[in-house]
Ligand binder design. Structure first.
Ligand code: ADP
Ligand code: MG
Length: 239
């Protein structure tokens, strides 16, 4: 809480010419769910690029050994820096803590792997905010509960209060019953629910083109989903 308040205070009262005189800690946003294919990398990369839009430095740490984000960034068409940092075991979390402490960026976005609880736990140690993309399929809800439980444990352990969570309805198709009903189902986690990222082919096409959605399809409905998410994220971080 104190961290967040002091950061918001510094943002408002720091004169522009002092911008580089003080080194603020980076704000860390993790994108995590133990389920694969629910849109973690899509949300992580596009949100990171949107956050970079007003000149803020953004570092994406790809904690997934599959390397989806890092391959995307390596094509050289995104406005963010990236680093591969696969997390397989709890001990690997030490590297993450050191990287976060050393970073000069305004934001660090973590793209967490599926199926690796240790990596999700490590994210819970350093993140200010954990975004949890959830699709409308049943099995997702079990994996999501595990992530929420890990973040609640992190809140108990961390003296600063631990990470805020935002559950993100992901790959949502409002034409289907499941797509319409997901909001009710997501209430059960007892965490805030963020704006939806809808199922849109532009997301997959932007990825194939090595671009982010704001470059590939600026002002499109898909870009609007990401801009809206970025506004929600900033609002939570300042609360
Ligand atoms: N909102 C979306 N609309 C359409 N396709 C999506 C969306 N989000 C993700 N995808 C596609 O779904 C697949 C898995 O997404 P990805 O972000 O890699 O998930 P994860 O990182 O959770 O495994 C990819 O082919 C991606 O392009
Ligand atoms: Mg991924």
């Amino acid at each position: 809480m104190i961290e967040v308040v002091s950061r918001a205070f510094a943002d408002v009262f720091r004169p522009a010419y002092l911008k580089y005189a003080f080194r603020q800690p980076a704000t860390v946003i993790a994108v995590a769910n133990l389920k694969g294919g629910c849109g973690k990398s899509t949300v992580a990369v596009n949100l990171a690029c949107e956050l970079a839009g007003n000149g803020d430095g953004v570092l994406l740490l790809d904690n997934d050994s599959q390397g989806t984000s890092i391959h995307w960034i390596a094509q050289g068409r995104l406005p963010i820096r990236g680093q591969a940092m696969p997390l397989e075991r709890f001990e690997d979390g030490e590297r993450l803590v050191r990287a976060v402490a050393a970073a000069n960026d305004r934001y660090i976005v973590l793209d967490a792997p599926a199926h690796v609880e240790a990596a999700t736990q490590a994210a819970g140690r350093v993140a200010d905010l954990v975004l949890i993309p959830v699709t409308a399929s049943g099995i997702d809800l079990v994996a999501t509960q595990t992530v929420v439980n890990l973040m609640r444990q992190a809140r108990v352990v961390r003296r600063s209060g631990g990470p805020a969570c935002l559950v993100i309805p992901s790959k949502i198709d409002r034409r289907t019953d499941a797509g319409r009903q997901i909001w009710e189902q997501l209430q059960q986690f007892g965490e805030p629910i963020g704006p939806a990222v809808h199922q849109r082919t532009a997301f997959a096409d932007a990825f194939s083109a090595g671009q982010w959605i704001g470059d590939y399809a600026p002002q499109s409905a898909a870009h609007y989903d990401i801009s809206t998410l970025a506004v929600a994220v900033k609002r939570i971080l300042r609360a």
